[in-house]
Design a protein around this ligand. Structure first.
Ligand SMILES: [Zn+2]
Length: 209
């Protein structure tokens, strides 16, 4: 069931691996089917090379397994994905990775401010969700507040999460966050001080054009 969505998730997971945003099966991806409300989600602890369309599981909003062709386990971060869907009706897809530059700021518990125009993609800043042990409801709950102000958040000491209206859109945001983290890090190093933020009035000008 939902083969089309599974195919799209698999494609994005492969792309993320090729783009260097995930390695050795880290990171996880999911997308919600509008009609059934079911969620297709990547399995835990499986290398991307060993994954095919049948590796993607189908679960419901309570985490019950609806379809599991290969007898795998859904990602250990399933609770976090479900939390994004439960708390944001508009969210149709979730990406989570340990992308290096974003994770540097997650380790430092430092949000990424709007220093380039791409940050309009998420709502200005990339906030940090307070630390929660991976795989727990503590982590799942930690993303609720940050996701109220942004479509992207860092997970303290852990990684980064983005949401979108489709898996492809959520993944583009992931790429942008990683690029922004890189730009911000080098700006901090080169300038040896906080770079100036782009004011909201400038964003408004661009948005209204
Ligand atoms: Zn993780």
């Amino acid at each position: 069931m939902l083969e089309n969505i599974k195919e799209r998730i698999l494609k994005i997971a492969e792309k993320a691996e090729n783009d260097g945003l995930i390695r050795h099966g880290s990171g996880n991806f999911s997308m919600r089917d509008e009609e059934t409300g079911y969620i297709c989600i990547t399995p835990t602890g499986q290398d991307r090379e060993d994954s095919d369309i049948d590796s993607i599981l189908v679960i419901d909003i309570d985490g019950n397994i609806v379809e599991n062709k290969k007898g795998l386990k859904p990602t250990s971060e399933t609770l976090m994905h479900l939390s994004a869907y439960r708390n944001r009706e508009d969210v149709k897809a979730v990406c989570h990775t340990h992308a290096i530059y974003s994770t540097i700021f997650a380790v430092q518990n430092k949000e990424i401010p709007p220093v380039v125009f791409e940050s309009m993609m998420f709502g200005g800043i990339v906030p940090v969700a307070k630390y929660g042990t991976p795989g727990t409801t503590e982590l799942a709950d930690s993303i609720i507040e940050p996701l109220k102000k942004s479509d992207a958040c860092l997970l303290e000491k852990h990684g980064v999460l983005t949401v979108g209206n489709a898996i492809e859109e959520a993944y583009i945001k992931m790429q942008y966050v990683e690029d922004m983290a890189k730009i911000y890090l080098y700006s901090l190093l080169l300038g040896q001080k906080e770079p100036e933020r782009i004011p909201q009035s400038e964003f408004d000008k661009v948005l209204n054009r």
